[in-house]
Design a binder for this molecule. Structure first.
Ligand code: S3P
Length: 171
């Protein structure tokens, strides 16, 4: 696979709870590539957590930082890069990813996404009275765009390593 990648990175896209970070970390280990999490890099660059960036500067500011950080990361060594759920919705980011990487959409059903995000309160978009409705709207808006990724893998309710194997097979 590394030969086939020819110096390109692997970028994981998909909704919150799709497993981009968890699967990405394990995929990188299996392929002997570095792993990077775009959200973590944004937090490092800003010196603040994502909820703080949203609260202090607003979502538009976060999106601009996200775009820059992803462009910078993909300018570096080949890696497995987990992106935040909204990153791939930016047209410039999609173009950079198409240029420098193979994109993988980790697709999952709403019930599974909700089950996986329930434990974590660090996602400002879901910090509302009706996170279920927000997730439903995000699925409607984003799935047609995520479908532009090179490869789609079903992020099913299975052990992480099984999903990693599905990704490796799909590449
Ligand atoms: C977001 C997803 C989050 C994070 C931010 C916004 C989104 O990343 O970037 O809270 O718009 O879907 P994860 O998908 O890693 O949770």
């Amino acid at each position: 696979i590394r030969h086939w990648l020819g110096g390109r990175s692997i970028v994981l896209v998909g909704l919150m709870g799709a497993g981009k970070t968890t699967i990405g970390r394990r995929l990188a280990r299996r392929l002997g590539l570095a792993f990077t999490d775009a959200d973590t890099e944004i937090e490092l660059a800003a010196g603040k957590s994502i909820p703080e960036i949203f609260a202090d500067h607003g979502e538009a500011h976060f999106r601009e930082g996200e775009r820059k950080v992803i462009a910078r990361l993909l300018d570096g060594e080949p890696q497995v890069l987990a992106t935040g759920g909204g990153a791939y919705m930016n047209g410039q980011t999609r173009a950079v990813i198409a240029d420098k990487a193979v994109s993988v959409w980790l697709r999952a059903e709403k019930a599974l996404l909700m089950k996986r995000v329930r434990r974590r309160s660090n996602r400002p978009l879901l910090n509302t009275d009706d996170p279920d409705a927000v997730m439903a709207r995000l699925i409607e808006e984003r799935y047609p765009v995520y479908a532009e990724a090179d490869v789609t893998v079903d992020s099913r309710d299975a052990p992480h390593e099984a999903i990693v194997s599905d990704v490796v097979r799909a590449l």
